[in-house]
Design a protein around this ligand. Structure first.
Ligand code: AMP
Ligand code: GLY
Length: 417
């Protein structure tokens, strides 16, 4: 079997790593991949966001299964195009991917299916221009979200009215998100504890994979700007059986039924950002893929053969349950200056990269340059500690990070604290 993973981050390295571990005979390809994935297979320099280019490479290389890591290829319809050509693609169709690509679509589905989410209103650019949306009438605290795909940068938690002005200016005046900011959601601010829920789905049936906790802010103690994610761990202390049951009864099942009612089939990963507010799980957002860096901790803990599960799910079958064991904790090492401007091409030195029972290193923004590994992105490496408990996993991750050096490396010291 020939498997192509789309994307180039730590998540995609982790996906390739787990699939290869469970399916040694398969041949692996990554588009475009990084300096870590090239140890697992062949990196292809094609644009993963162009479904036609992906389909044509799949024919040329006789690829049997495509696993898109990020949301963009899915929202551009890679699944639909590959399926038409008789290729297996583990991910949702373009219409199902709207759950992530359009927050207004997601909110309307939740309203219809009576899924708990923050009360909201939807406004358009025209509402802003015509004065129908009056920033002065918006009471804080409030959350403003650009509806489209904004790489995690389109959400503004506004504590003061000046924050409202700034958010609206970025979205509607400076047009920082282009057409992805043609609509906004203005929603109630919910106080509480956050958790990420992951399930694997096939034709609107689902199986729980696990909970993870991620760290979006750049600095310790949740200070500084939002990033793609600076660390994660699984399992989560407050991710109880009771919470899982509530999420499945009041969120996942009604969601799948509503999609079914709209004749939308969902196959792939479903990742839900949850806020536990007054003991009730509320949906903050739906994602149609694994998280980054959540995948780097969720996948190493899966005990079952993930390759089998993915292939079978692509064919409409799910196992009875998905079993996980142990704990994993990921620390992201980022370039100096990330998430703003940062230098690329910085040499990375790693002492002892071979994985062990205690750690795995997943590459993200790295590439090979004249035999050296150099940085090529904002988030550079993921150091994943493994253990029976979170405490052990954390100790192993922070121990291993001492063996990695590159100029300006930044990482949080409080992951798992
Ligand atoms: P999202 O883009 O919807 O995942 O939101 C990004 C982050 O903003 C979340 O992880 C939360 O920390 C915060 N957030 C989003 N929506 C709300 C809300 N309604 N109330 C409080 N915090 C929120
Ligand atoms: N870590 C957040 C995400 O992948 O969306």
């Amino acid at each position: 079997m020939r498997i192509l993973v789309l994307g180039s981050g730590g998540r995609e390295h982790a996906i390739g790593w787990k699939l290869k571990k469970d399916y040694k005979e398969a041949e692996f390809f990554f588009a475009p991949g990084n300096a870590g994935t090239e140890k697992l297979g062949l990196n292809l320099s094609i644009n993963p966001n162009d479904p036609y280019e992906v389909a044509s490479v799949c024919s040329e290389l006789k690829i049997d299964l495509v696993f898109p890591g990020p949301e963009n290829p899915l929202s551009y319809g890679v699944k639909d195009i590959l399926e038409k050509e008789g290729k297996m693609c583990f991910g949702p169709s373009q219409s199902a991917a709207q759950l992530e690509a359009s927050k207004s679509f997601a909110k309307k589905i939740m309203e219809e299916a009576r899924i708990p989410t923050a009360p909201f209103k939807i406004y358009t650019l025209d509402d802003f221009k015509s004065g129908k949306l009056n920033p002065e009438k918006i009471k804080t605290p409030i959350v403003i979200k650009a509806s489209g795909l904004c790489a995690g940068k389109g959400t503004f938690v506004c504590k003061a009215s000046t924050d409202v002005q700034t958010a609206l200016e970025k979205i509607f005046i400076k047009r920082e998100f282009g057409d992805q900011g043609n609509e906004i959601i203005v929603e109630e601010f919910l106080e509480g504890e956050e958790i990420s829920y992951f399930a694997l789905c096939s034709n609107n049936e689902f199986r729980f994979i696990g909970f993870a906790r991620d760290y979006k802010r750049l600095m310790d103690n949740d200070q500084g700007p939002n990033t793609g994610g600076m660390g994660a761990y699984t399992p989560v202390e407050y991710g109880t059986e009771e919470l899982r049951n509530k999420i499945e009864k009041y969120i996942v099942s009604p969601l799948m039924e509503e999609l079914h009612r709209r004749k939308i089939l969902y196959t792939g990963i479903l990742y839900i950002g949850i806020m536990i507010h007054k003991n009730t799980p509320y949906v903050l957002e739906f994602n149609v893929r694994l998280g980054d860096p959540e995948a780097q901790v969720i996948l190493p803990c899966i005990k079952d053969n993930f390759a089998d599960i993915v292939i079978q799910a692509s064919e409409g079958k799910l196992p009875q349950r998905i079993n996980s064991e142990g704990s994993a904790l990921c620390i992201v090492m980022a370039s100096q200056g990330y998430p703003d401007k940062y230098k690329k091409g910085v040499e990375i030195k790693i002492k002892g990269e071979e994985e062990s029972d205690e750690f795995i290193i997943f590459h993200a923004g790295t590439k090979r340059d004249n035999g050296k590994i150099v940085s090529s992105g904002g988030r550079v490496l993921n150091v994943v500690g493994l253990g029976k408990t979170k405490y052990e996993a954390k100790l192993n991750a922070y121990n291993k990070i001492k063996d990695i050096n590159f100029e300006g490396a930044h990482f949080r010291k409080d992951i798992g604290s």
